[in-house]
Design a protein around this ligand. Sequence first.
Ligand code: HEM
Length: 119
Amino acid sequence: AEGDAAAGEKEFKKCKSCHMIADGDNSIVKGGKTGPNLFGLPGRTAGVGDFKYGKSLAAVGETGLAWDEAEFVAYVANPKDWLKDKLDDSKAKSKMSFKLKDADDAANIWAYLVSVSPE
Ligand code: HEM
């Protein structure tokens, strides 16, 4: 189902302790620095950017994987299991331990991230 960006904006409250959304100096959502800036995430290569990513997520990025809705929803449901699956490595590690199990909420947050993305 199509996500609801307005609902996703509210649900992003669960993420902002660790993630900001900032276009350079233009802050869209003030958030923590424990995780990477999620501005422009849709279409962006995983594990690439101005953040010290874990080895496993960086390795997924090296395979060329770019974030789309399906990968995003699967990742946030269980980052560690997603990394294990993508890398076919039972020892894969995630720096993000937070899990968002509700796929509808995740789809809403995805729609919100798309709505604040550059063209
Ligand atoms: C990474 C989404 C909550 C900490 C990521 C990435 C996404 C994401 C898509 C990968 C980014 C990339 O490849 O550039 C979300 C969403 C959240 C959420 C939608 C809320 C629903 C949190 C929370 C924390 C956190 C609450 C901290 C307690 C991190 C960290 C990474 C990360 C440390 C880097 C992972 C690594 O390098 O292995 N997050 N996140 N996230 N997130 Fe979150």
